[in-house]
Design a protein around this ligand. Structure first.
Ligand SMILES: [Zn+2]
Length: 138
């Protein structure tokens, strides 16, 4: 029985999106708005494995751009708003639409890393007997 078996299996959308520890579901995942804490303050899980990379920004941009650009085009075509008014309204809206989902998305991706035991590839796999490094795979 491993240490992780002491905790219930939590789905990433139930723990990470709420900013909770992916193992115990009680501790805080973040120590700032987007800064990941060093470890869980309840169960002690080391968050050193957590690396969401550019994933949260990519998904936030994909989610935010479509409705905000649609709003901007609607203002230009239907209302005929001047460019300065369009920029004045669209820029803060785009900023908000990108920043607000960043934390839940980052938490979800980190919790998914933990849930699926995702990690970088290792060269130790070449020691596996089923893989013959002498075989030409061209
Ligand atoms: Zn925890």
């Amino acid at each position: 029985m491993s240490f992780d078996d002491q905790y219930p299996t939590l789905k990433p959308e139930h723990s990470g999106m709420l900013g909770k520890c992916p193992r115990c579901g009680s501790g805080k995942l973040f120590s700032g708005f987007l800064k990941v804490a060093d470890k869980c303050d309840v169960c002690g899980l080391d968050y050193g494995f957590a690396d969401a990379g550019d994933g949260p920004a990519f998904f936030a941009i994909c989610i935010a751009v479509v409705p905000v650009v649609g709003f901007s085009v609607w203002m230009e075509v239907s209302v005929g708003a001047p460019y300065w008014l369009n920029a004045l309204l669209t820029a803060p809206l785009l900023l908000l639409a990108c920043l607000l989902p960043m934390r839940p998305l980052k938490g979800y991706l980190i919790a998914s890393q933990y849930y699926f035991k995702a990690r970088e590839g290792r060269l130790d796999d070449l020691k596996d007997d089923t893989i013959d490094p002498e075989v030409n795979r061209d």
